[in-house]
Design a protein around this ligand. Structure first.
Ligand code: NAI
Ligand code: MG
Length: 490
């Protein structure tokens, strides 16, 4: 009997007919409106203003959130300054108990937090469930362990907390960025005022509830919601001793200007345009998975995304063929479906930014590839996209797109790979795929990037420092380096 030969994509579709597997949401209670979390209580905003946060997959309003004005921010900083007096004097072991408790409560409420994160921000539930929430809890767990060992962390340097930390975070990893900011600050004895991003405030407000549940002393953590002007008020408050920001390079520069000469300690984690470099001796199938993870994870809303693929010329054809066929198997759509690989774009504004940059790529002469996929009618969506025929001067090769868009460039020699990889104003991360350990070490020495992943991508661990060079910012988060940003040393 003759076996009919089918093209592989058709075969793939036939073999993998998925049934929707939606995550339940009935265990989750989202209030119609939220107040500010100041001094351990939810308080009505002085501003009397609120704004909506929507589900980007449905465009439905999830809740109305308070918009903090300068008076609200002043109250929050005052509460944090009051709490600092006792929190900073508490023994490290006692602080650790609170922080361990926060970590355990996050684990206990993991499902609720994951669903909330996915509904408010659009990321696939399998990512919030398997990456964001567990890593956030792990950060608290890790830094809780340091709280009573600061003298060992910084031997003979008499580590002292700084005071009130102002922390402004973005919308791509809301709960995880909260953990990166709050956990080391509390472990070192500081108190915090945190402002979540305006499109994703709900997981931070759930965390405020967790602080109450943990009986955290009032004022140690304060959460003020709002947009850029609220963020500017938090950062600019004279009672603040330390500013930590993650977000766009543009706002990072504004904050650096605003804090210059104020004596405030500052760390900035900004944008990126990472090179993911594939040599001809790389294990190709593994590399394909790394490329896909590098740029389509979290819809490409990742500061360290591998958005520039540098491929050695000799393997560009087989690699692109494999990559395109792999793209055809990515499931784009309902973020609450456990099968979904690529969820919703976080906001209409971000979708418009992605569309604008993609159009510039087409106009400048790059060749676009997008797989067939059915997108939901409502919500903000963008197909996984590959650009080939990209010159280094094109905007899609230089600017952070922050969407599921990959620009492919080629190189012939290792030197050319290094030169092209470093030809960017950013310097946050990079990836290298090769069979040779010696080549990895050679390359890593020459890369201007805070993190270089070898034969993997987007791996995170609380013990490992993360941060950038050049326009990607300065300072490190994670590990002992992350703790050092929250202490004064002799
Ligand atoms: P953004 O930098 O404006 O927002 C990040 C946070 O900063 C938010 O909480 C926002 O409310 C706050 N903020 C805004 N203006 C502020 C100010 N003057 N002072 C203090 N805080 C302020 O980022 P946006 O506009 O949401 O995204 C624009 C682009 O920025 C994205 O397309 C992406 O390229 C990049 N971005 C990079 C991120 C990263 O992790 N590297 C995260 C978010 C955005
Ligand atoms: Mg939202």
């Amino acid at each position: 009997m003759a076996i009919a030969k089918r093209p592989s994509t058709e075969m793939g579709q036939r073999l993998f007919e998925y049934a929707a597997a939606p995550e339940a949401t009935d265990h989750l209670k989202i209030a119609d409106s939220y107040a500010l979390f100041v001094g351990g209580r939810f308080v009505e905003p002085h501003s009397r203003r609120r704004f909506a946060t929507v589900n980007p997959a449905t465009e439905e309003t999830l809740s109305e959130v308070a918009e903090a004005d300068e008076t609200d921010v002043d109250r929050a900083v005052t509460a944090a300054a009051d709490a600092f007096r006792s929190w900073s004097r508490l023994s490290g072991a006692k602080r650790a108990r609170y922080i361990f408790r926060l970590s355990r409560l996050m684990q206990e409420r993991a499902r609720e937090l994951a669903v909330l994160e996915t509904m408010d921000g659009g990321k696939p539930i399998k990512e919030s469930r398997d990456v964001d929430v567990p890593l956030a809890a792990a950060h608290f767990f890790y830094y809780a362990g340091w709280a009573d060992k600061l003298e060992w962390a910084f031997p003979n340097r008499r580590p002292r907390p700084l005071g009130v930390a102002a922390q402004v975070i973005p919308w791509n990893f809301p709960l995880l960025m909260l953990a990166w900011k709050i956990a080391p600050a509390l472990a070192a004895g500081n108190t915090v005022v945190l402002k979540p991003a305006e499109t994703t405030p709900l997981s931070a407000l759930a965390f405020a509830d967790i602080c109450q549940q943990a009986d955290l002393p009032p004022g140690v953590v304060n959460i003020v919601t709002g947009a850029g002007s609220t963020g500017a008020a938090v950062v600019g408050h004279p009672g603040v001793r330390k500013v930590a920001f993650t977000g766009s390079t543009e706002v990072g520069k504004q904050i650096q200007r605003a804090t210059a000469g104020s004596g405030k300690h500052l760390t900035l984690e900004l944008g990126g345009k990472a090179a993911n470099i594939v040599f001809e001796d790389a294990p190709l199938d593994q590399a394909i998975e790394g490329i896909v993870n590098g740029i389509y994870f979290n819809q490409g809303h990742v500061c360290c995304a591998g958005s520039r693929l540098l491929v050695q010329e000799s393997i560009v054809e087989p690699l692109l063929a494999k990559l395109k066929s792999r793209l055809g198997t990515l499931r784009v759509g309902d973020p609450l479906d456990k099968n979904t690989d690529v969820g919703a774009i976080n906001s209409r504004a971000q979708l418009e930014k992605i569309e604008g940059l993609v159009n510039s790529g087409i106009e400048e002469g790059a060749e676009i590839y997008q797989p067939e996929c059915h997108l939901p009618e409502r919500g903000y969506w963008f197909r996984p996209t590959i650009f080939t025929n990209v010159a280094q001067s094109y905007r899609i090769a230089r600017e952070e797109i922050f969407g599921p868009v990959l620009s492919v460039l080629t190189f012939r020699t290792p030197d050319e790979a290094v030169e092209k990889a470093n030809n960017t104003p950013y310097g946050l991360s990079a990836g290298v795929w090769t069979d040779k350990g010696s080549r990895i070490l050679w390359l890593v020495e020459r890369m201007r990037a805070g993190v270089v992943w070898a034969n993997t991508f987007n791996r995170f661990d609380p013990t490992s420092p993360f941060g950038g060079y050049k326009e990607s910012g300065f300072g490190r988060e994670g590990g002992l380096h992350g703790l050092a940003a929250y202490v004064e040393l002799n």
